[in-house]
Write a protein of this length. Structure first.
Length: 277
């Protein structure tokens, strides 16, 4: 049995399928960790989601911002973005089934894995990152509450997530505001200042950092102990590089013409699938 992680498939089905073959993924024995953004921007969102759904008993997923965007388009009449490739999925007879499947997925997932050297390590998976001041217990509690919040009224609360997340401070009185902030933070964070204030609009690379802002993982992450490891996607401009041994970037920009990256968690071995043209 092995645990493999992959991030930001974004509907790149051909590369995803080739990657599963390259790692010899066995759905009866292995586990696949997907760090969000399963769909959108790539050409085959429906086919990708269908494949993941069919092996769902062997998959751990966290939601990404593109997954939330799809749910908002399906449930809350959110307008299409310029580069959306969701029309085939949205018009499919299976759309509601797959939307319900995604609604069940968490924003943060964690599990202990036995490495090849016999040592057990706790892995934490999130799409974009974690606010540095939240402890692991706080993250998992907010994750649980956020799932409940989203599922209670998808139409109403997806609108809140997308239109009421600008309060850039976790010291908010309203629990609903805390949850919408948490959801946006874990699915969208790239950079913040030294106090943890997030610049949500930033999408570039490290060479273009605004003054006084740093990558979120440069701060001391309260949810991580020295022995834990964290895997995330979302930030293609990093090309998977964090310069931190215990924080692993998975988004290597397959949808932008680069490659899809799989990581075997037991020994950190990486497998690369170049974009198929």
């Amino acid at each position: 049995m092995a645990n493999y992680a992959v991030g930001d498939i974004q509907g790149c089905y051909k590369e995803f399928d080739k990657g599963l073959k390259k790692i010899n993924f066995n759905e009866k024995k292995d586990r696949l960790w997907i760090s969000g953004d399963l769909i959108n921007r790539g050409p085959d969102s429906l086919k990708t989601l269908e494949r993941i759904y069919n092996i769902r008993s062997s998959v751990n997923i966290v939601l990404g911002n593109h997954d939330l965007h799809f749910l908002a388009r399906h449930y809350a009449d959110r307008k299409a973005a310029k580069n959306d490739t969701l029309e085939e999925l949205l018009s499919s007879s299976k759309c509601e089934k797959y939307a319900k499947f995604l609604l069940k997925q968490p924003f943060v997932f964690s599990k202990k894995i036995k490495l090849k050297n016999g040592v057990k390590k706790k892995y934490i998976m999130v799409h974009a990152g974690l606010p540095h001041y939240l402890t692991f217990k706080e993250c998992m509690n907010l994750n649980k509450l956020s799932q409940e919040f989203l599922n209670k009224n998808p139409k109403k609360n997806l609108k809140k997530i997308f239109f009421h997340h600008r309060k850039n401070n976790f010291k908010i009185v309203s629990m609903k505001d805390k949850l919408t902030f948490f959801i946006n933070a874990v699915t969208r964070i790239r950079i913040c200042d030294k106090e943890g204030k997030i610049m949500f609009a930033f999408k570039k690379g490290l060479k273009d950092l605004p003054y006084n802002f740093i990558p979120w993982f440069k701060l001391k992450i309260s949810a991580l102990t020295r022995d834990d490891r964290l895997i995330f996607g979302h930030w293609a401009a990093l090309n998977g590089k964090t310069n931190k041994q215990n924080i692993i970037g998975l988004d290597t920009g397959c949808v932008w013409g680069n490659k899809l990256t799989f990581v075997r968690l037991e020994d950190s071995k990486k497998y690369f699938i170049k974009k198929i043209k």
